[in-house]
Write a new protein. Structure first.
Length: 318
């Protein structure tokens, strides 16, 4: 099963990944071992696309002998020129400034099927422009505890059971949740090995006005989600994710799109004339599923939950 966590992560060294069948030029192979010069014009922009001057930049350059860092500030055009030697495995940018959420971005010159050339001891394109966004801090508020990766397991498979977003758990008697924000159906035949041959998770919102809509996220930013929910959006009430291997060996996958998030409306209260009176809003950044021995299906979400009814703010304090 896919095990994917959205969020800013500590830099992890990754060995250069090169297709065995791909013939690399001698200059590239030499650079991967001894390093070659790289130059990137890192352009830092705000939410509106305007340059951010005097932002602090740290560029982590990887070398076979170990990584090292370059430090600097962006100029009046929001540009900092990163220039140094690297084996091409990765260059990681960490950018910050007071009043903005930090951003982090990684690039590589030797990724499989996307290797760059080396000319005169320089990685190409030399002097290329790369952009990174600094999102401004607006109105962060206290939220319920941020929902991190923590699988909840249940033997209640092949049946609909409630899930509490705030507690990130199944509702009683299957977990410690109190309120069902949506229902989960773990579609699985119970076979432990290989479980991925037939497993799916269905989600449905059963209350009027409940559901979700998707929006893009900024994966580079410390704060990657929307600042607020849009109550006038069209909310969808069903979703399904699966991972299966067919008899012919082909794998069929449908996972949560980690380039997007769900903005969720739940705990809806409706007036006698059918109008929405109040609701809670939350963000889900990922939905994952797994299983373990004993017929236990596992389910997990990541995100944030605003506990104040009718408050659309989705920017949590950190």
């Amino acid at each position: 099963m896919r095990m994917n966590v959205i969020g800013l992560m500590a830099a992890v060294s990754i060995l250069p990944c090169v297709a065995i069948a791909r013939q690399l030029k001698p200059e590239v192979l030499k650079a991967m071992h001894n390093g070659a010069m790289a130059e990137i014009h890192l352009k830092v922009l705000d939410n509106s696309g305007m340059p951010v001057s005097n932002a602090s930049v740290r560029a982590v350059m990887d070398m076979t002998t170990g990584e090292y860092s370059l430090f600097g500030k962006t100029d009046t055009n929001g540009v900092y020129v990163v220039r140094g030697k690297t084996n091409g495995n990765y260059i990681e940018f960490l950018v910050g400034k007071d009043g903005y959420y930090g951003s982090r971005k990684r690039m590589t010159y030797v990724q499989m099927r996307a290797e760059h050339d080396v000319i005169d001891g320089k990685w190409q394109p030399y002097g290329a422009v790369d952009k990174i966004i600094l999102r401004d801090i607006r109105n962060p508020i206290e939220m319920s505890k941020e929902l991190f990766w923590k699988f909840k397991y249940t033997v209640a498979i092949n049946t609909w059971i409630g899930y509490d977003i705030k507690e990130n758990d199944f509702v009683e008697p299957y977990g410690n949740g109190k309120v069902s924000d949506f229902e989960v159906y773990i579609d699985w035949n119970g076979d432990w090995l290989p479980a991925y041959r037939g497993m799916a998770v269905k989600i449905r919102f059963t209350e009027p006005f409940g559901g979700y809509y998707t929006c893009d996220i900024n994966t580079d930013s410390e704060f990657k989600g929307p600042y607020a929910a849009s109550p006038d959006s069209i909310f969808v009430d069903r979703a399904e994710f699966s991972e299966r291997v067919l008899d012919n060996g082909n794998r069929v996958q449908k996972h949560f799109d980690v380039g997007k998030c769900w903005v969720v409306r739940s705990r809806c209260k409706v007036s006698s004339d059918g109008k929405l009176v109040s609701a809670n809003y939350s963000v889900i950044y990922d939905v994952v599923f797994t299983c373990k021995k004993g017929g236990h299906g596992g389910f997990c979400i990541t995100g944030v939950f605003n506990p104040t009814p009718n408050d659309t703010n989705l920017e949590p304090k950190r």
